[in-house]
Design a protein around this ligand. Structure first.
Ligand code: AMP
Ligand code: FE
Ligand code: FE
Ligand code: ZN
Length: 283
């Protein structure tokens, strides 16, 4: 089993990077990609756990980007695999995004604190060292404060994009990010492109334009896609010559997603590894 999308405490997962590989081993997953949001901070600890767990590691990052539209923009998550982690352009963009995410989290806490018993320190306590901060950390702090029972309840109530407590953050343009990933030797795959419940999604024309810019694949098999959406995306990938992946988007106990619940074919991983500048770390 090959699962190419997971999160650790380097972003908004609840497992340490090594524990993600342990969870993979326990579930029978043989190859796992660690894809924390806008960072490579978990790569080293994950790579150290490969020998002990026997799970091969694909080093990746899930990049927060935006597709510009006439009426604003659509949030797009772009998975990058096997890129140079020291690439200056990628690093500069991720630094900018993480700084903006920090400012935005503070502003959301200021707004929430007007109505709920929540402080910035409560959020810091829920956030791993060097971690990319996100709404899930605010959710965890709200759970500890007794305001909500779960991350899910927090997202359903005060943290969703339409909430009065919601503040956005900087994210680079998706086409520029696709080109930057390719220039850094990475393999860009669009994460959950049809996940309409999270917010607006991009149209087929935008995906076709991204394919021209160097997009390598679409994450088709994902729990946020229903069967008709998967059929549509699979057909689109075929038309555009894109790879098809499937993955769990595991976040530890932070989400219901179980590691290995969706998987990617071995020949697709082979193609990703052939195109990437880094190799898969094997036991
Ligand atoms: P942010 O990156 O700060 O905008 O927050 C979005 C992140 O929150 C996504 O990466 C998801 O992993 C997570 N998320 C979204 N909805 C939920 C939910 N209902 N329960 C738990 N986590 C969620
Ligand atoms: Fe996340
Ligand atoms: Fe995502
Ligand atoms: Zn993710």
């Amino acid at each position: 089993m090959i699962d190419l999308h997971t999160h650790s405490r380097a972003s908004d997962g609840t497992d340490d990077p090594a524990q993600v590989l342990e969870a993979a081993a326990a579930a029978g997953v043989r190859v796992v990609a660690l894809t924390d949001h806008d960072t490579t901070a978990g790569w080293r600890q994950a790579a150290e756990a490969v020998g002990r767990t026997g799970v091969a590691l694909v080093r990746g990052t899930e990049i927060s980007t935006r597709a510009r539209t006439a009426d604003g923009g659509v949030s797009v998550h772009l998975l990058s695999y096997l890129h140079d982690p020291d690439d200056p352009a990628l690093r500069a963009e991720w630094d900018r995004t993480r700084t903006s995410r920090m400012d935005r989290a503070r502003r959301m806490v200021d707004l929430l604190a007007q109505d709920y018993p929540l402080t910035w320190d409560d959020v810091v306590e829920q956030t791993g060292d060097e971690a990319t901060v996100g709404r899930p950390h605010l959710a965890d702090a709200l759970v500890v404060a007794g305001v909500v029972a779960s991350r899910d309840e927090a997202f359903a109530t005060m943290l969703h994009a339409g909430s009065r407590y919601y503040v956005g953050h900087y994210a680079p343009d998706v086409a520029g990010a696709v080109r930057a990933v390719v220039a850094a030797g990475g393999v860009p795959v669009m994460a959950h492109p049809g996940a309409g419940k999270r917010g607006r999604i991009v149209d087929d024309e935008t995906i076709a334009a991204l394919a021209d810019a160097g997009l390598a694949g679409l994450e088709v098999d994902h729990r946020d896609h229903d069967a008709p959406t998967r059929d549509r995306l699979r057909a689109l990938a075929r038309d555009l010559g894109l790879l098809v992946t499937g993955s769990s988007d595991y976040h530890g106990t932070g989400k219901l997603n179980r590691i290995g619940e969706h998987t990617t074919a071995p020949e697709v991983l082979e193609e990703i590894e052939a195109r990437g500048t880094l190799g898969v770390v094997r036991p």
